[in-house]
Design a protein around this ligand. Sequence first.
Ligand code: ACO
Length: 403
Amino acid sequence: QIRTGGKILQSPCGPIIHGLEDVLIKNTSISDIDGDKGILWYRGYRIEDLAQHSTYEEVSYLILYGKLPTKKDFEDYVSRLRKNRDLRPETIEVIRNLAKAHPMFALEAAVAAEGAYDEDNHKLAEALRLGRYKAEEKELAYKIAEKLVAKMPTIVAYHYRLSRNLDIVKPREDLSHSANFLYMMFGKEPDPLAVRGIDLYLMLHADHEVPASTFTAHVVASTLSDLYSAVAAAVAALKGPLHGGANEMAVRSYLEIGDPSKARDVVEAATKPGGPKLMGVGHRVYKAYDPRAKIFREFSKNYVAKFGDPKNLYAIASAIEHEVLNHPYFQQRRLYPNVDFWSGIAFYYMGVPYEYFTPIFAVSRVVGWVAHILEYWENNRIFRPRACYVGPHDLQYVPIEQR
Ligand code: ACO
């Protein structure tokens, strides 16, 4: 098993902050986390408030533009998003060619393909190369950011359709972001509770300060590459099971466990040295119950109350949670369920295959990625850390025949 080591590693050059834990990379006004109390704010608003009263369309505006929209601004924004949903034919071909691959690979490639042919993207990248980032360029950057937010669900839904040899279902402008996503996936009017579930999920994942994927987006954007490439790189980082891939892994593990009575043994095994980590448990920042997980636990409960829990997923997750919360190993390390622990259950019962869970995470988080990039470009500096070299120097080159 890959071990994570300690927070500080010693090296001949000085201490290494392993995994950059707690290292500050910039000032931000996008989101804030109180990891000790388990609180998350977007642009100053508590996540619970937004989850109760808002929609992903509004929350994405808030994250991108820094304030809640007026009615007029909101209508214009929503109308622009809805008009921007479809993909160019070249991108659809890329998705078709990767129809049998995991959708996260297709998402990475499709985002890059969409950017490769977007004139606005090239215009902006060229201006940045020349050192210009003024009102005109910022307008272009926001335009591209909106396109990315609008198109991500379409990439994921088209991949789902093509992977199953189904015709793609074109986006409908009369449907909300979340309703249209489910409509493009399944080709029929979605159930309102399922729409609410997707919308809630998208709101709860829209931003989370600078986790690995958002940091990756900063690193790529700091080189003045381009917005789409930075997002494609962020998708690649999100794919890992230690990050966005955990929701897929969590549901897979519930399916494998199969019965709530096995929860105690599974949790016990995770406490042994070298034992498998419990997916959806623990967090680099939260040392309390993840506030998003609380909201999704409640939603999952309501969802299975309406539609049933034939695979025992909710029952198994509840049993694991009970063991985790009462086990000294998890208590001492302050490990609690994170958002991924609960988020996949309703998806599974909606008929969303689990390999699409992480892509849906990306559909949401794209707005956080682009908002952070635009914030960083206000004061850009290329990321270039150092490593402490501990190998030999000045070795004598030996020709291959003499080795
Ligand atoms: N199951 C069992 N033990 C765990 C778990 C877990 N899920 N998570 C952490 N631990 C243990 C570690 O083994 C370590 O124990 P030790 O002190 O005896 O060596 C201790 O808790 C500290 O864990 P680290 O891995 O050092 O914590 P870190 O901050 O590096 O990692 C992470 C956080 C990656 C989220 C980790 O908790 C994990 O792997 N969890 C499972 C995967 C997961 O759910 N990822 C989703 C993250 S949230 C998101 O991306 C939306």
